[in-house]
Design a protein around this ligand. Sequence first.
Ligand SMILES: CC(C)(COP(=O)(O)OP(=O)(O)OC[C@H]1O[C@@H](n2cnc3c(N)ncnc32)[C@H](O)[C@@H]1OP(=O)(O)O)[C@@H](O)C(=O)NCCC(=O)NCCS
Length: 259
Amino acid sequence: MQGLREAQSSELRVQSGNKDALLIVLHSALCVSFHAALTQRPIRLTMETLIIGAGGHGKVVLDILRAGTKYRPIGFVDADPKLTNTHVGGLPVFGAIHLLGRLKIQHRLHAAIIAIGDNRTRAGYVKNVEDHDLELINAIHPTASVSTTALLGRNIVVAAHAVICTEAQIEDLAIINTASIVDHECTIGRAAHICPGANLAGRVRIGAGAFIGMGANIIQCRNVGENAIVGAGAVVLQDVPAGATVVGVPAHIIKPGNG
Ligand SMILES: CC(C)(COP(=O)(O)OP(=O)(O)OC[C@H]1O[C@@H](n2cnc3c(N)ncnc32)[C@H](O)[C@@H]1OP(=O)(O)O)[C@@H](O)C(=O)NCCC(=O)NCCS
């Protein structure tokens, strides 16, 4: 509009001048209008996204989605009835997961992400999302470094400053938390959690549902079994059996596994 107004007043000014000048002025004004239309009207490329889980991890995921431009978080669902009708990070907590169908229609939802810290609970919500034909998205913070040769599944969270190196494979529902390092050719199993500041050397294999505590270090080529727990700050030099808990430097078993 502004450009067209400029064109009209320019037209008046050149009425007594030659026709070529008028055409040039009109042309440039139309270019300005077109440019203004392009730059002033936001182009909607974002996907309306629901966050499942309004606890600490849900807040982290909200932050990650807001740091990018691809997804537009519209709110949360959470199993805790105390959170219903409250706000988290400025967004509404609508209620529990049974609202998914209604929310999908009301908010034109396309996508969801399950943002629950507990590994088993997180995995338990996949069917709800699939039953409603919503896309399970990944949340990758713009400051994270993810190798172009890494393979990522669905519903993966890669938090700020995390690093995923070449040919690493991250399976569905895994969390690669703040400033953790997953080095070359590591495999992170389904719904595993690599906590903030943990470091995995090359070719480490983490089983499904395993929990690697804050600041833990695992040397190269070691295997951590399914649902095992590595305590905060541990240095893992040996394989960890499935279901076992290990702590300390070097790490030792404090709870036996199921093997
Ligand atoms: C390993 C862990 C899960 C153990 O929890 P737990 O099963 O409740 O074990 P307890 O607290 O009963 O501790 C059992 C023993 O292990 C020791 N211990 C526990 N965690 C330890 C750790 N990280 N490093 C060294 N020793 C540890 C305790 O001091 C206790 O020793 P004691 O028997 O001599 O008194 C927990 O301590 C831990 O490290 N969690 C990681 C937390 C984390 O990284 N959170 C990040 C969330 S994003």
